[in-house]
Design a binder for this molecule. Structure first.
Ligand SMILES: C[S@@+](CC[C@H](N)C(=O)[O-])C[C@H]1O[C@@H](n2cnc3c(N)ncnc32)[C@H](O)[C@@H]1O
Length: 288
């Protein structure tokens, strides 16, 4: 039984490697932004780190460990999408309720894992965006990774949006603890504040959508961002396979005429915005 399981795992590993190799060469041949994305994915999968990256990651992961171990309980306005509820985008309170949760639980449940955070860091480092936005700050772990990449390139800012004011306060403290000053945490519901954030930024080169994982909400935020996304901008969507609604949202995003390149990674999806005129390319590289 164990042997059979091991064999299945090995076959899956080989299949993944072959698919990944094919995806990398497709990205290289595509040229431009796709090359940078391919490099970011390749380095994330190999775990290759420069001394600068290692320094930041050690600091941020120390912070993650201390947050995950924290028993401090805080009142949190809970904006999270729930499979059992009908969609909340159009509701005034966004289905929000106040719950008491420990920082440790939030850290373990909500923060992206070190692998996905490394991928965000590599993407930001390779793409060198001047303006980044994040929807869904929570305790600020993924924001720390993106901001660290901006800090290493010596340019660029991140605005991260969070509806729960108590989480936004923790996130600001956490960013300060690791010494990152290039992030602004904006507090409010995405529905209410995204428009203002986009108006202030004028141009967005990189966006990470990691909150309010519902079909209508995801599509509404994407449409709202589109006029502000620069040519070659990359938008990363988390949890695209989380529910039927999110799978439909991802399909609609892929089909949008401005999304000339999409990369499906199972949990996350990357979409590259083009001026139009370029042939569409869809890449599937489902990571486990
Ligand atoms: C998955 S967590 C973000 C995790 C974070 N990106 C990380 O990896 O460290 C999603 C966050 O989005 C916030 N959120 C969800 N829906 C929202 C909405 N409609 N408006 C504002 N914030 C929202 C939640 O409060 C939650 O903190």
């Amino acid at each position: 039984m164990d042997n059979a399981r091991e064999t299945i795992k090995n076959v899956a590993r080989i299949a993944f490697r072959l698919r990944a190799r094919g995806a990398m060469s497709a990205l290289r041949n595509r040229g431009g932004v796709a090359i940078m994305i391919g490099e970011a994915l390749r380095e994330s999968l190999s775990g290759k780190l420069s001394p600068g990256e290692k320094g930041w990651i050690v600091k941020i992961e120390q912070l993650r460990r201390s947050l995950c171990a924290s028993r401090l309980v805080a009142p949190i306005r809970d904006f999270g999408a729930r499979r059992s509820l009908r969609e909340t985008y159009d509701r005034n309170d966004a289905g929000c309720r106040v719950v008491l949760r420990s920082i440790g639980d939030i850290c373990r449940d909500a923060s992206k894992s070190p692998f996905w955070c490394l991928m965000l860091l590599k993407l930001v480092e390779k793409l060198r965006p001047a303006t980044c936005i994040e929807l869904g700050t929570s305790l600020g772990i993924s924001a720390c990774y993106q901001a660290a990449a901006l800090e290493m390139q010596g340019n660029g800012t991140l605005v991260t949006l969070e509806g729960a004011d108590s989480l936004a306060t923790f996130a600001r403290e956490n960013l300060q603890r690791v010494g990152l000053k290039n992030v602004h945490v904006a507090v409010g519901r995405f529905q209410d504040i995204l428009g203002g954030v986009l108006e202030t930024s004028q141009k967005v080169d990189f966006a990470f959508v990691d909150g309010h994982h519902e079909e209508n909400a995801t599509l509404a935020y994407f449409s709202q961002m589109l006029p502000y996304l620069s040519a070659g901008a990359v938008v990363v969507f988390d949890d695209i396979s989380w529910s039927d609604g999110m799978r439909r949202a991802w399909q609609a995003i892929v089909q949008n005429e401005k999304a000339c390149l999409s990369i499906y990674l199972r949990q996350m999806g990357l979409c590259v915005i083009c001026d139009g005129g370029r042939e569409k390319m869809k890449i599937r590289m489902p990571l486990v």
